[in-house]
Each structure stands twice: as C-alpha cells, then as structure tokens.
Design a protein around this ligand. Structure first.
Ligand code: AMP
Ligand code: MN
Ligand code: MN
Length: 354
C-alpha cells in the first residue's frame, strides 16, 4: 500500500499561483483529452471562481464530455473544440492572458491544443494530481499526486482566493471526487476524500441522485456488451492478472460508443485474488487503449509509463499499436515483471510527479 495515498493532506498552494489567478482577466482553462468527471469538474469549478473574481474565463475541451456528466456544468460554460468550427486553438490562446491547465501536467495530453499552447508566450499554470508531467512547461504548478482528485484542489483554491463555496460548485467538485475515487471505493479515497465529500454534502450536495445519474443510468446495450467482455476475460499468472479485450466487433455488435465503456475495467476487478486487471479497447485498426488497475500493493503506473502512458499508482493507462496478440503479450510481460519485482521498488511508491 502506498502510504501517501491515504495520508495526503493539502500541501501549500504556491503563492504566485494565487496571485496569477487573482490578477488574470482573460484566462483560458484547459484539461486533458477525452475529459472525465474530474477534468470537467475542475475546469468548471475554476471557471466559476474566476468569474466571481471579475475575470472573463473561457473553458475549452478538446472532446465532448460523456452526456451523463454534463449536468455538473450547470450553466454550459465549457466549449468543445471538436464541436465548433469557430474555435481556433491559435486565436483562443492569443486572446488569453493566462492559460490554466487542470487535471493533467503533461502537455501532450492537451491534444489538439498542445501546439498552440506550446508556441505561445502566454504564461501557463497547472493544478493537477498525476504522477507524470512537465514541471518546466508551467510558470507555476500545484500538483499533489496523493490527492484523490484535482477537484478537491480546486475546492481548496476557491477558499484560498477568498471566495465562498456554493451548492452548485460543491456538486460539480463532488462529482470530480466521486468519479476519480469510484464513489470512494478506490484506495485514493482516504480521510481527505471523505472529509471533502462531507463538506460538500454540508453545502447541499445530495449524493443519491448523483450516484443514480452516473453509475445507474446505463443503456441495456452497454450491459449486454459488458456481459460479452466479462465472459471473454482471461485469468492468468497464477490468478493474479485478469484481462479482457473489448473489440470493435463487440462494440459494433451491441452498438455502444466509447463513453459507454466507462467503468468496465472496475467490473473486471471483482475477481478474488487478482492483483492487476487490465482492459484493452480496440480504438482502430491495430490501435488499442489500455486501462490498468492495481488491487493491491503493486503500482501499475510503471507498466503504463513503459508504453508512454501514465496516471496513478492504482489506476493508469496507455495506448499501444500492433496486433491484438502482440499488445496482450507485451502487457502480460510487463505485468509479470512487476509481479516478480523486476521494476525498481523505489518507483513503486514514489508518488512525486516527475
Ligand atoms: P483510465 O484507465 O482511462 O480511466 O485512466 C486511468 C488513469 O490513467 C487516469 O488518471 C488517466 O489520466 C491516466 N491515463 C490514461 N491513459 C493515459 C495515457 N495514454 N497517458 C497518460 N495517462 C493516461
Ligand atoms: Mn481526469
Ligand atoms: Mn483526476
């Protein structure tokens, strides 16, 4: 067990980050590609806070957010690059006086916005909780890898900016926390996560309808395709590794889309004795997206990083190209090395972001 995961308490917010947030007029708020609940929640929470300070922020997402999460953007503040031809990365960046990146510190995770952001002289700041990223890319970074979500860092920032919390933003940031901790089931949900959740509930957040919206509103097609995925799962390496492949064939047969796959890897992790589970999703010809989860003491971050991905100790991801067999073979070999201790043990518990 990585001790930092359950003993995290908020570190010091860099004072110059607060100053930059207080002084900006036209901030551009960005997050990682294929935004999840924490990405959207953190971006929208930050957007509202800066509006309250009198600024005119814009929040730009590279891809749409899963429909079931849209309710947390109560006023439709976020704009989606891929949905509007009027949005040009270069002009969005040129209009900004500060670029705020939330829920990633890796420039390549900015997707289509990366080149415009990298080419610009506009100062960049980052608020994040991932293990990998580029410190030098930002003028100021507040990264807490042991934080359960970025959303609770934004919750802290709202107070540090001298603003009051309100019910809508508490709900938005509650969803950040709830989605990144799998409704407080994952090991990153230590004391701090429960404490923030309690504070948010005291601000008026009602957890039950949120749970129903996010975790109990799936289509029947999704449930049937999950059945296929589970029945095709393979248990190996002495019962310590379990994986399954979500092929294009299963997807088109059941007519589910990519966002329906959210949570599938957690369903795979219900088998007694498994240490590592991974889900391989075919995203194109010989192209695969991989989700890795650790249920015990092993950090799957190193496995993802080996293939150019990243994430956290207990939840990480990467992309691999090649035949399905080859991709599985490579992943299983990396898992075997991890289980046999061939990975540097220091790296297993090193939660520092770089
Ligand atoms: P997922 O399995 O997609 O839910 O991702 C689990 C964690 O790994 C999240 O924190 C992601 O940000 C991270 N992650 C997933 N894919 C990648 C990738 N290709 N590169 C870096 N981090 C990733
Ligand atoms: Mn995220
Ligand atoms: Mn996150």
């Amino acid at each position: 067990m990585c001790a930092v995961e359950s003993s995290w308490s908020p570190g010091e917010i860099p004072p110059d980050l607060i100053e930059r947030l207080k002084n900006c007029q036209k901030p551009l708020i960005l997050t990682h590609i294929y935004p999840d609940g924490d990405a959207l929640g953190s971006a929208v929470g930050m957007h509202r806070a800066l509006q309250q300070l009198g600024a005119h922020p814009r929040t730009i997402l590279t891809h749409p957010v899963p429909e079931k999460l849209l309710f947390i953007d109560h006023d439709n503040l976020a704009e989606v690059l891929s949905e509007s031809s009027d949005l040009q990365p270069e002009s969005l960046v040129a209009e900004a006086d500060l670029i705020i990146v939330v829920d990633t510190s890796a420039p390549e995770r900015l997707g289509l916005l990366e080149s415009a952001v990298s080419a610009s002289e506009v100062p960049r700041v980052c608020i994040d909780h991932h293990l990998e990223g580029s410190l030098d890319y930002f003028a100021s970074v507040w990264c807490e890898p042991a934080s359960p979500a970025t959303g609770n860092l934004v919750f802290e920032l709202i107070s540090a900016l001298g603003l009051q919390h309100d019910k809508n933003t508490a709900e938005t940031l509650f969803v950040s926390l709830a989605t990144d901790t799998g409704w407080s089931r994952h090991s990153n949900a230590g004391f701090q996560a429960w404490k923030y959740a309690a504070e948010m509930v005291s601000l008026g957040v009602d957890p039950e309808p949120i749970y129903n919206r996010i975790f109990q509103s799936f289509s029947h097609e999704r449930t049937r395709s999950l059945g296929d995925l589970l029945s095709k799962s393979v248990l190996c390496q002495g019962g310590k590794v379990l994986y399954s492949v979500f092929t294009e064939e299963i997807r088109s047969q059941h007519r589910v889309n990519m966002e329906d796959l959210d949570g599938f890897v957690d369903s795979l992790g219900q088998v007694k004795g498994t240490e590592i589970v991974f889900l391989v999703v075919e995203v194109g010809p010989e192209r695969f997206k991989v989700s890795l989860r650790s249920r015990g003491d092993y950090s799957v971050h190193g496995v993802a990083a080996q293939f150019g991905g990243g994430g956290h100790a207990k939840a990480a991801g990467c992309r691999l190209n090649g035949s399905e067999e080859d991709v599985i073979r490579q992943l299983l070999a990396a898992c075997e090395s991890l289980l046999e201790g061939d990975f540097d043990p220091a790296a297993q518990v090193d939660e520092t972001p770089r």
